[in-house]
Design a protein around this ligand. Structure first.
Ligand code: BEZ
Length: 195
């Protein structure tokens, strides 16, 4: 996998534009390193490990433990992840600008077994995606916009991005698991969901 575009967009690039617009279909995801918890210790996990030579559905949301994110976005993706994988997707990932301890606690509390939760605590991936937004009105600081995307070998093939309202809140209606599954089904209509 080539990550040329990612290197340009990742946080820390000299020419980084803090207000860059969201990446779009056909562009490469940012190249970053996430700090995760593994076997009771801190570990690095690179975006390259997650995306290179793989098909991945990633959905991102404003925050762990928040109502819509827990009750709708994450829980429905957890339900539909097996059906999504039938369409040639290797993994379903949920990303939020939260630290690894929070994301792990959220996964356990929600009983999530089918979705991998990735902490973007420093917001580097989210900034590189052009998805970092001001959620100070909620006391959140900067968080991710709500979106879902299908990424093949590091390239965004399909992006489902919620509308950002003038007051800083967002819609919830295009980045949901059912919409992503419907898109995948339109690409490979003969794939049968698991029984
Ligand atoms: C939510 O319900 O998902 C939510 C609530 C407040 C801020 C951001 C997200």
């Amino acid at each position: 996998m080539r990550f040329d575009r990612a290197a340009e967009t990742a946080s820390g690039a000299d020419d980084e534009d803090p207000d860059m617009p969201p990446l779009t279909e056909g562009q490469r995801i940012p190249e970053v390193t996430f700090r995760v918890r593994r076997d009771g210790d801190w570990a690095d996990l690179t975006s390259r490990e997650l995306f290179a030579d793989r098909s991945v559905v990633l959905f991102a949301l404003p925050g762990a433990f928040t109502p819509t994110c827990s009750d709708k976005h994450l829980s429905r993706f957890n339900q539909l992840a097996p059906a999504i994988r039938v369409h040639g997707v290797d993994e379903v990932i949920c990303l939020s600008v939260n630290d690894a301890c929070v994301m792990d606690a959220w996964r356990e509390t929600q009983g999530v077994t089918e979705v991998r939760l990735i902490p973007d605590g420093n917001g580097e991936f989210t900034r590189g995606m052009g998805m970092l937004v001001d959620r100070r009105a909620n006391g959140f600081g900067e968080r991710s916009r709500r979106y879902a995307m299908l990424v093949r070998d590091g390239v965004i093939e399909k992006l489902l991005l919620e509308e950002l309202r003038p007051d800083g809140t967002e819609t919830y209606g295009v980045s949901d698991a059912d919409s992503m599954l419907a898109h995948l089904a339109s690409l490979s209509p003969r794939a049968k969901p698991p029984t």
